[in-house]
Write a protein that binds this ligand. Structure first.
Ligand code: NI
Ligand code: MN
Length: 231
C-alpha cells in the first residue's frame, strides 16, 4: 500500500482502488504546490471543522462521489454543501471492506465557517484506522492527554500521526510523552511548519523519539509518498 503526506494534517492511504483521505486541506495550504486533481478517495475522514482540516473535503467528496465520515455537527455542514456523509462519534466503530475506523477523543475545539460567521461544530476527534491489516492513529488537533495510553494499549499501532507544532496542539515536548503512551512502531509528525507560528525543528523531535527506543520517527515532506508493507 501507499501512504502520501500532502502537508499539515492531510494523509492519504491507498491500496489499489481503495483510498482513505484524512483532513484534506489542500487548495489554501501554503505547503501544497499543486492540487491533486486526480485524487479519487473512497472515503474522507475529517477530524474537526477548522478550515485547515475540513479544507476541500466537500469538493473532493462530490468529485469522487465518496462519503465524508465525521461527527454529526461537521457532516451536517458537509451535507448542506452537497456531499454524501456518514456520522460517528467517540467510541463508535464504522466497518468497511478495507477494515474499520474508530472515533477517539481529541482535546481541542471545532467550528465551521458559514459566510462571515464561525459556527460551533461539536467536539473534535481523532481516528484509529485499520486499513488492510495495518493500524493507524491520526490524532487530529489535540494536546497531550493521558487517555492516549488506552489507545496505545488497546491497539497495536503501526503508525501514529501526531501534531507537534505547538500553539494550537502538542509541541514536540508533549508529543514525545504521547509517543511513550502510544508506543506505535512508527511516528510521523504533522501540523508543523505550515506557518511561522507552528515552526519546529522537527529533526530534533525525530532524534528525541529515536532515543526513546519505542519506535522510529519518520519525517515526510509535503507531497511525499512512501510504500508500506501490508500484512
Ligand atoms: Ni483545529
Ligand atoms: Mn489545525
Amino acid at each position: 500500500m501507499e501512504l502520501t503526506f500532502y502537508g499539515h494534517s492531510c494523509f492519504y492511504l491507498q491500496k489499489k482502488d481503495t483510498g482513505v483521505l484524512i483532513d484534506p486541506w489542500l487548495r489554501q495550504n501554503p505547503v501544497v504546490k499543486e492540487f491533486p486533481a486526480k485524487l479519487k478517495p473512497s472515503l474522507i475522514l475529517v477530524s474537526h471543522g477548522h478550515g485547515d482540516h475540513l479544507g476541500d473535503a466537500v469538493e473532493i467528496a462530490k468529485g469522487a462521489n465518496c462519503p465524508i465520515l465525521s461527527t454529526p455537527e461537521v457532516i451536517y455542514h458537509c451535507g448542506k454543501g452537497g456531499a454524501k456523509t456518514m456520522p460517528g462519534h467517540y467510541g463508535g466503530t464504522v466497518r468497511f471492506d478495507f477494515g474499520q475506523v474508530k472515533f477517539v477523543p481529541a482535546w481541542h475545539s471545532s467550528s465551521v465557517t458559514v459566510g462571515e460567521d464561525r459556527v460551533y461544530a461539536g467536539n473534535p476527534c481523532g481516528f484509529v484506522i485499520k486499513f488492510y491489516g495495518l493500524t493507524f492513529y491520526h490524532a487530529g488537533d489535540t494536546c497531550l492527554f493521558l487517555d492516549m495510553k488506552l489507545i496505545g494499549d488497546r491497539n497495536n499501532l503501526d503508525y501514529a500521526f501526531l501534531p507537534v507544532g505547538g500553539l494550537f496542539t502538542m509541541d514536540p515536548e508533549d508529543a514525545l510523552e504521547a509517543v511513550k503512551l502510544l508506543h506505535a512502531k512508527t511516528v510521523i509528525p504533522m501540523h508543523y511548519n505550515t506557518w511561522d507560528r507552528i515552526a519546529q525543528k522537527v529533526e530534533d523531535f525525530q532524534a528525541a523519539v529515536q532515543k526513546q527506543k519505542v519506535g522510529k520517527c519518520q519525517l515526510m515532506k509535503p507531497g511525499e509518498t512512501i510504500q508500506i508493507e501490508d500484512r
